[in-house]
Design a protein around this ligand. Sequence first.
Ligand SMILES: Nc1ncnc2c1ncn2[C@@H]1O[C@H](COP(=O)(O)OP(=O)(O)OP(=O)(O)O)[C@@H](O)[C@H]1O
Ligand SMILES: [Mg+2]
Length: 801
Amino acid sequence: MTRHLPLLPLRDIVVFPQRIVPLFVGREKSVAALEAAMAANKELFLVAQLDPGEDDPGRDDLYDLGVVATAMQLLKLPDGTVRVLVEGAKRARLVNLEPRDGFVAAEIEEIEEEEESAGGPEAQALMRSVIEQFENYAKLNKRLPPETGIQLAEIDNPSLLADAVASNLSIKVADKQALLGELNPARRLEMVFAFMEGELGVLQVEKKIRSRVKRQMEKTQREYYLNEQLKAIQRELGNEGEEGGDELQELAQKIRKTKLSKEARTRADAELKKLRAMAPMSAEATVARNYLDVLLSLPWGKKSKLKKDIAEAQAVLDEDHFALEKVKERIVEYLAVQARTNKLKGPILCLVGPPGVGKTSLGRSIARATGREFVRQSLGGVRDEAEIRGHRRTYIGSLPGKIISNLKKAGASNPLFLLDEIDKLGQDFRGDPSSALLEVLDPEQNSRFQDHYLELDYDLSDVMFVTTANSLDMPQPLLDRMEIIRLEGYTEDEKVEIAKRHLIPKQMEAHGLKEDELVFTDQALKAIIRHYTREAGVRTLERELAKVARKSLRQILEGKAETIELTAENLNEFLGVRKYRYGIGEEEDQIGAVTGLAWTEVGGELLTIEAVTVPGKGQIKTTGKLGEVMQESIQAAMSFVKARAPAYGVKPSIFARKDIHVHLPEGAVPKDGPSAGVGMVTAMISTLTGIPVRRDVAMTGEVTLRGRVLPIGGLKEKLLAALRGGITTVLIPSENEKDVAELPETVKQGIEIVPVSHVDEVLARALAEPVSPIEWSDADEHAVEPVIPAAPSDGETAIRH
Ligand SMILES: Nc1ncnc2c1ncn2[C@@H]1O[C@H](COP(=O)(O)OP(=O)(O)OP(=O)(O)O)[C@@H](O)[C@H]1O
Ligand SMILES: [Mg+2]
């Protein structure tokens, strides 16, 4: 049975039975259909269009299945369209269309649904799952009002539930139409369940994307906002234009112009690109900018023109430094090889010697002689590897290491790099700086030097490294890389010459004195050297000369004098009382006081050895901060003395009543080594016999238990010290005689050098009177400690000092 109802074609919506839906109606025919319905029993036929764009759909443009609905409320809007609330009633099939007066009537046939009992357990289970699923779906789908789920839960008819859910799903019209066409409620429920399942998946992904997008948006917006604020602040502060464009362009230009290595260029470009993307005042940008500054200020490819004239180099060295012939000779040889081979692959020069002998200033001179820039890095107290090699850029405020920053200072990639005081390198938990230096100093490796800050290879192979040290006390691998050149200290005459040629003119100039305003006599200079300095080098001398220059200048400016001549007599007006006595020979000979000779890092020195007897039991007591070796050498000396006592006129019974105390003055200075052995023996015998020791005789040498004198080291320094101290005679081990040949003439002329091979010879020379041996009977033997038997002579060995 069919009937006719006004037709309302729907563009993009499917209305289900029992659903109330608001519709906007605009098409003339539709409005007329609505009016016709309102005039009759308010019933309408609603059916979806196949093509939503069709304005005047014919039969073929409409789906077959629609729904009979009641118009509940009608609202005419001012623009002629109508808002209507319709409630679906029943499914119906469209049979035909018939045009009426102004609208179209649809001939329809109502459809009965298949029966489904709501009570069955299967239907119940299905309904429950659909409701549950719908709740999940409603949570994700923001377009559904939250109470929809609750309303649905109240529906207990499977068919109605399926329709209710179907009308709330956001699915295609065709899909909804399929749901409308399914007349079996259970199957329809299954279908909506399946649709929801699919939708849920999509919704979940959608949600994820949405939140991600939102977060990104927030971040970019925030950054944009902050940057804008920053710009506004800068504008307020008046730095507008300083930052940004100009500077980056300048950097780009600099990168283009600098002769960077390929690796460095890639790095610089990348860094600039990053910098462009950063906010100009951010911490990161500062880091990137600093890095580029350092990178671009390195002397890439910039070289000084080197001088290759060897004669000229020798002349420069001679001009800057008096004496040091051997040293200069060695340096010039080294330069000659360099000039010929154009390479620096030789070992690194290491100038070793006491303070103030001109090591540092020689380094400067070599730079001048070869036309290299000069950079000096003191390594004293450097304990952190990072100081040599730099910090990684991840640390705030990190900097390149000393090598790289000094190269920057030098402004050329082939400077002379003086690593001063290399023996003073420290070492602690922060790493070992000497191991970083190993790489720097190895000509095979240093073409690819890696600084932690730069993170690039930098070529150091054109740098000429020279090192200085006071002693050779440094790690073996470092020593291995260097060629040691020794500077031993100056004789008095050399010092006078150095003062006249270099130190005095330098100080006069520094104090603005004219040439004839201050004159030193040779006697005055000698007196300064003897009485105001005691050193291997000339640093104190230079300081004293500066003092004289200062005081003279004052006198001249005050008008007290026009020119000043410094003599041995008026010296104390300028320098105060004498600080040192020259020549121990001036002193009286004393019992138990011997002049020994010591060798230290700071040059040779005179060393007094004192011995006295005190009540006791033949023990030995030592004081004066003595090292282990020295302690043992005193023990050995004591045993020798006890063993040979009668031969030197000492009654062995004295050891039952007396101890001997040996002391080395300047008790705070640590002393060690075996070379004071002969001195110890002499001091002991002197105090035991009461015969004074000649103060103008100095001695050095290790002594064995049987009185043989063994050779020692540092002879030249020791003799220089003796000369400084005004000693006239020095007793040296005869095995050291070969070293005498290398000594400067002044030393040989100034001192009588006496080689000795046995203590007896020492005593004969050093004691003011000869010893007189005594007879000692066996009956007295009980009072003596056991005498040590003589060992076979070839069993005697000693480690040289
Ligand atoms: N042979 C010399 N001719 C001219 N001047 C010299 C000579 N030896 C040293 N001098 C001068 O003595 C001063 C000290 O020298 P320098 O600073 O080079 O000593 P150093 O050996 O490096 O000592 P340190 O081990 O304490 O560093 C400098 O002013 C230097 O010019
Ligand atoms: Mg120095």
